[in-house]
Every structure is written in structure tokens, then in C-alpha cells.
Design a protein around this ligand. Structure first.
Ligand code: TYM
Length: 339
């Protein structure tokens, strides 16, 4: 039942590639931390994962894996509704309704579209990649979410969602809640370990780019020990592009320990060099991931565990999504279907 005291939130992750420590600190961790305060909906956004080329042989398995990781990270299905986007057709339908009122210029301005399309042959860039933010807006607006806990890279998509909701409400009458982005203070943008000028991304496949949530301890340690830094030895938070590698490791350390910047700089003041910093970051990452991996292993032993949780989540989510879609159709003037 909806408790009006609790803030309604919705967020999601694409089941493409392997989930990274960036996905954890930027998104999942804040979902878990605040779940008792929220009326929360977390989906595996599989319809978004097909906006670039995907492998049909692994899509289903990846969706189940992402849902399993949500639970293993601490989402409690009794408190948070976990579901798969494509199991609720209202997402696609609302996306179409919204597509028809989206100015093309708004889509052409999206930096994620520009970045992702630049990496592909012009002829293979799909309409889906361009329309991606409309589907994301539909995900959020269907649940009348007031807040959307995401990492820093989703700011522009949230602005787009707000603009689109306002446009719809203006054209057809009050229909959607205007959502706000909820971005963590620490860890909102973890950078690549092999290139600290680029965001850590699960779709980047270079071997030493990202620590994955399911990486074993040795692999995680190796990746962090090999991370790109500079030739200095000063361990301080800094905006200097030269120091981006060290700054990134410090950000990760801060996000995982919850300590203040001053305390962290004091702690590393006596370090002998970046090697000491890397070792400590590796340890805190490994210790954070250890219980998550153990829970995941247990859950994944029987795929029915996750599928059953998802089936319950679908029922709860569909009840709200269907109601909002109905209202949007009615406000747009569609002839109601009579059975
Ligand atoms: P996706 O799948 O790229 O990323 C999922 C979440 O992880 C955050 N994140 C990061 N945070 C910190 N550092 C990083 N390096 C990092 N990389 C990713 C993202 O900000 C995000 O919160 N468009 C979304 C998926 C989506 C969605 C939605 C999100 C679809 N519909 C509705 C919220 C609400 C995306 O591509 O996320």
C-alpha cells in the first residue's frame, strides 16, 4: 500500500555489460541506505539495453543477474519493489505517447546520445538510441516518482524528464509528478581506472578499466594496483586534471568509508606513496564486495529465487503503472476500450 508519508522513488540500471563499483556507489548504495524512508521502485531497464547492439543469447541472463545484484547489495524485496522493465508493457506505451510530444531538438542535444552515437557507424545508430531519454522519462513518470536516485551522469536525462512532464501537463492537464534527481555527495562520478578522464562505464571492455561488483578479490586488487596515477606522491583531493587518477581513488575511498576529506588526507599524510593508497582502496573495495558476492552466489544457485521475487515486484509495479498510463491516455483524449 502506498504510504503518503514516504517519498516515492524510482531508478534503474541497464543489464548491459557487468555492473561496476561506480554503479554501486553512484546508485545502488543510496537505494539501499534509504530504502526504509522510501516507497521505492527499482527496475532492470532491459528495454534500454537494446538501444545499442545486444546479444539475445545473454540478455535474459543479464537481467536476472542485475536483479540478483540489487538484492545481494541489500535491497529488501519486502520494502523495495524490484522488477524488470519489459515485464510491464506500460513503459513502452507511455514512451510512445511521450515520443509524440518530444521536440526533436531536445533529443539531439543530449550528451549521452552524442557520445554513444559518435562511437558507432552513422548508419547503425538506431532511433531507439535517440529516443532513449523518452523511455527513461516514461519509466519515472509512470510511477509518479518524486525523486530519482542516480549518479551524476544522469543529470541531463532528469532535466529532460522534468521538461517533458511539464510540457505534457501543460498540454493535457495535470498528469505527472515533476521528479527531482537525487545525487550522492560522494561517489557520484567514479572515473575509469585506466583513464581517469573518462567515466567508469560497464560498456567499456578494456581489461583494467573498471572493478566489477562480481570481480573476485585478486582481480579487483590487480585492477586497482594498476590504476593510472601521476608521477607525484602527494595524496590529496584535487581538481587538477594531472591528479585525476589519485583524486578518483580518494573519491572511491571516501564513498566507501564515509569519512571526511580532511580525515582521509590526514590518514594518508604519512603514506610512502601512491602504492599505499592503492592498497587501502583495494582492501576497502574487496571488503565491501565480499558479503555482496556471498549473498549473490547463494541467490543465483537457483534462478527461481530471483524469478519469484521479480514476479511479485511486477505485480506491485504494474498496479501503479497501469493506473498512470490510463490517466495519460484519458487526458490525451483516446477512446477508452470497453471489454
Ligand atoms: P546506467 O545503467 O548507465 O547506470 C546505472 C546507474 O549507475 C550510475 N553510474 C555511476 N555512478 C557513479 N560513477 C560511475 N562511473 C557511474 N556509472 C554509472 C548511473 O548514474 C545510474 O544511476 N539511463 C540510465 C538507466 C535508466 C534509469 C531510468 C535511471 C533508465 N531508466 C529511470 C533512473 C530512472 C542509465 O543508463 O544508467
Amino acid at each position: 500500500m502506498v504510504n503518503p508519508q514516504r517519498k516515492r522513488v524510482l531508478s534503474g540500471i541497464q543489464p548491459s555489460g557487468n555492473l561496476t563499483i561506480g554503479n554501486y556507489v553512484g546508485a545502488i548504495r543510496q537505494w539501499v541506505e534509504h530504502q526504509s524512508e522510501f516507497d521505492a521502485y527499482y527496475c532492470v531497464v532491459d528495454l534500454h539495453a537494446i538501444t545499442v547492439e545486444h546479444d539475445p543469447k545473454i540478455l535474459a541472463e543479464k537481467s536476472r543477474e542485475v536483479a540478483g545484484i540489487y538484492i545481494a547489495c541489500g535491497l529488501d524485496p519486502a520494502q523495495s519493489t524490484v522488477f524488470v522493465q519489459s515485464h510491464i508493457p506500460a513503459h513502452s506505451e507511455l514512451a510512445w505517447l511521450l515520443t509524440c510530444i518530444t521536440p526533436l531538438g531536445w533529443l539531439n542535444r543530449m550528451t549521452q546520445f552524442k557520445d554513444k552515437s559518435a562511437k558507432q557507424e552513422a548508419n547503425s545508430v538506431s532511433n531507439g538510441l535517440l529516443s532513449y531519454p523518452v523511455l527513461m522519462a516514461a519509466d519515472i513518470l509512470l510511477y509518479q516518482a518524486q525523486a530519482v536516485p542516480v549518479g551524476d551522469d544522469q543529470r541531463q536525462h532528469l532535466e529532460f524528464t522534468r521538461d517533458l512532464a511539464q510540457r505534457f501537463n501543460h498540454m493535457f492537464g495535470e498528469t505527472f509528478t515533476i521528479p527531482e534527481a537525487m545525487i550522492p555527495l560522494a561517489g557520484a562520478r567514479i572515473m575509469g581506472l585506466d583513464d581517469p578522464t573518462a567515466k567508469m562505464s560497464k560498456s567499456e571492455t578494456a581489461q583494467y578499466h573498471a572493478v566489477y561488483i562480481l570481480d573476485d578479490p585478486d582481480t579487483a586488487r590487480k585492477k586497482i594496483m594498476r590504476s593510472v596515477t601521476d608521477s607525484g606522491r602527494d595524496i590529496r583531493f584535487s581538481d587538477d586534471p594531472e591528479k585525476a587518477g589519485v583524486n578518483n581513488l580518494l573519491n572511491l575511498y571516501q564513498a566507501l568509508t564515509g569519512q571526511s576529506r580532511e580525515a582521509i588526507e590526514d590518514h594518508f599524510a604519512t603514506a610512502r606513496g601512491y602504492g599505499d593508497l592503492k592498497k587501502e582502496v583495494a582492501e576497502i573495495v574487496i571488503e565491501t564486495l565480499r558479503p555482496i558476492q556471498a549473498r549473490y552466489k547463494e541467490l543465483a544457485e537457483d534462478s527461481r529465487n530471483i524469478d519469484e521475487l521479480l514476479a511479485q515486484g511486477t505485480m506491485r509495479a504494474a498496479a501503479i503503472a497501469t493506473q498512470t498510463l490510463q490517466q495519460a491516455r484519458e487526458n490525451m483524449g483516446f477512446l477508452p476500450a470497453h471489454s
